[in-house]
Design a protein around this ligand. Sequence first.
Ligand code: HEM
Ligand code: HEM
Length: 178
Amino acid sequence: MHVPTARYRPALRRLHWLVALLVLAAYLLIEQRGLFPRGSNRRAMMMQGHFWAGLCILLLAPWRVALRARSALPPITPALPAWQALPTKLLHLALYLFLVAMPLLGLATAWSGGRTVWVPFTGIALPPLLPENDALAQSLEGLHRTIGELFYWVIGAHVAAAFWHHFFRRDDALRRML
Ligand code: HEM
Ligand code: HEM
């Protein structure tokens, strides 16, 4: 008998995929900035695009977390062995922390490095909440970059787990998010 999949509520599904796209955009824009020479307008646009992809993630995070806190999780069918519950929870927690910590670190890096964060399509700059400080900017940037590189692996594990569930375990974990 066909049992319909219980899915995440629609807003959580949309937010998940929108944020995943924004994460992809933030990575692509910063990693590909070398396509344009230093000091060029296009490179500055890539940088501002990186800032704003990241800031949108930060703006969406409280909404997503509030919705998630008020929603019952749809069960996975067939149910997972009990030992998998904790690693799954920790992985999701790490992803949520990443979505808040990375943009905050990025903002702090930009401001302490004396970079302006413009509001898109306006001549308005966000007022910097940190004074310029080269040494601080360098350590924050190092941390921001290291976490960014580490999360290629964490996000990779998350995506691999989703495909493993779908194609090998053949449960409805992925369909709950579609
Ligand atoms: C989830 C969101 C974000 C991710 C995944 C992310 C990821 C990264 C990565 C991987 C790098 C290092 C790139 C490299 O050196 O090759 C980087 C650099 C940087 N990011 Fe982000 N970032 C995010 C959000 C932000 C935000 C919101 C801001 C500022 C408003 C920001 C500002 C910066 C700055 C200033 C650099 C240094 C770029 C340079 O020196 O050329 N980031 N980011
Ligand atoms: C192709 C890319 C992706 C796929 C196929 C995917 C798939 C999934 C699936 C199937 C779930 C439900 C897991 C479960 O309930 O056990 C999930 C949850 C989640 N995903 Fe993704 N994901 C992707 C990208 C991302 C990215 C880039 C992020 C953020 C960096 C992310 C963050 C999360 C978080 C935080 C949850 C936990 C949701 C919750 O239970 O509150 N995902 N994802």
